[in-house]
Write a protein of this length. Structure first.
Length: 345
């Protein structure tokens, strides 16, 4: 799932609001055609760790590792920012450039705690986007068998400076630690057959919201999704567009502003306001997004945190691809423990 969870964004578009059924949406710097970050996880990083939404573009340097001889430096950065609060479904996401070829020393050295107690999780290594292949970057995601405990504190220690990342590779020591909090357990269950979303906070139902999902030709993915982004920034600024607005595209419309947009997949599924859709709660007519009436859409936008969980059933669509954003929970725990591209030892 926001980080180098990026992709080449198509230009977004607009049309007659009265007739629109939006396609799965993306955000961009209009007219740039460039790859942009889709995860808005917030402000300034702490001085205790190197936190970045993109891997280092510095040329490889030489430093001594536990193996013999000079090595290339593997630069490591984190998606999360120190001191921030995330939802229970948010994995720890790190970016490595160039990619390690062996994760053994990293896995042994790194320590994760939950409220001061050792966490019983595992790392999974993946390279989900073409952009990451081109930039020679790999991601490592860390999660537990189940969601983080609500209202907990997560501490990650990275004593990896100089450790071997594989033959001829050693880790930089810029990232030393990471500290963040987990908020209330927000889990929303979307049922395509009932055309409803049941929103829970700490296991208590707080609201039932009528929805309209993807039509038969553009069905919404089934599966467990994680909130990646809320709204989007105005290009060239650090400010979000007002009212959680994202510019969306589809047939016959360009740069159409859609308010209270919460992104749940990298491929472009959002939960958003759709005042033009009179069939919300009755039938699925969108191009894959989750359409809500404006008032509940505004409420959900303010309720949601990056990292919250939204599950989908009975949509008529395929299972969500695990690498489509923060789709980590669609990989079973036995497979996750194996480590993905780099086996856990």
């Amino acid at each position: 799932m926001a980080g180098r969870i990026t992709h080449a964004i198509a230009l977004l578009g607009a049309g007659s609001a009265a007739l629109l059924t939006l396609a799965a949406c993306t955000s961009s710097d209009p007219g740039s055609g460039q790859t942009v970050t889709v995860t808005h996880v917030a402000p300034a990083p702490s001085t205790s760790s190197e936190v970045s939404t993109a891997p280092s573009t510095e040329p490889p340097t030489t430093e001594t590792s536990t193996s013999h001889g000079p090595t290339r430096t593997v630069h490591v950065s984190a998606m999360q920012s120190d001191g921030h609060t995330y939802g229970v479904g948010m994995p720890i996401v790190l970016f490595f450039s160039p990619p390690p070829t062996n994760s053994t020393e990293f896995t042994k050295a790194v320590k994760i705690t939950v409220d001061g107690r050792p966490a019983d999780g595992a790392w999974y290594w993946e390279q989900p986007t073409h952009d990451e292949v081109v930039s020679n970057t790999i991601e490592a995601h860390y999660r537990l068998p189940d969601y983080w405990p609500a209202h907990s504190h997560i501490h990650a220690s990275f004593p990896i400076k100089g450790l071997s990342a594989g033959n001829g590779l050693a880790y930089s020591g810029a990232l030393t630690s990471l500290n963040f909090s987990i908020g209330a357990k927000h889990v929303s269950n979307v049922d395509g057959r009932a055309e409803k979303m049941h929103v829970y906070s700490d296991n208590k139902l707080v609201r039932t919201i009528r929805v309209s999902l993807g039509e038969a030709d553009h069905p919404t993915y089934n599966g467990v999704k994680v909130v990646m982004q809320k709204g989007e920034e105005v290009p060239g600024t650090n400010k979000l567009r007002p009212q959680g607005t994202v510019l969306m595209s589809g047939q016959g419309y360009t740069d159409f502003p859609v308010a209270w947009s919460v992104r749940v997949t990298l491929s472009g599924e959002y939960v958003h306001s759709a005042p033009w859709n009179g069939l919300i709660g009755q039938s699925s007519t969108s191009h894959g997004c989750t359409n809500l009436f404006p008032d509940p859409a505004k409420w959900f936008y303010h309720f949601a945190h990056v990292g919250d969980v939204v599950t989908y059933t009975n949509t008529g669509g395929q299972p969500m691809p695990a690498l489509d954003g923060l789709g980590d929970w669609n990989i079973g725990w036995p497979q996750w423990q194996q480590g993905g591209l780099l086996l856990n030892h």
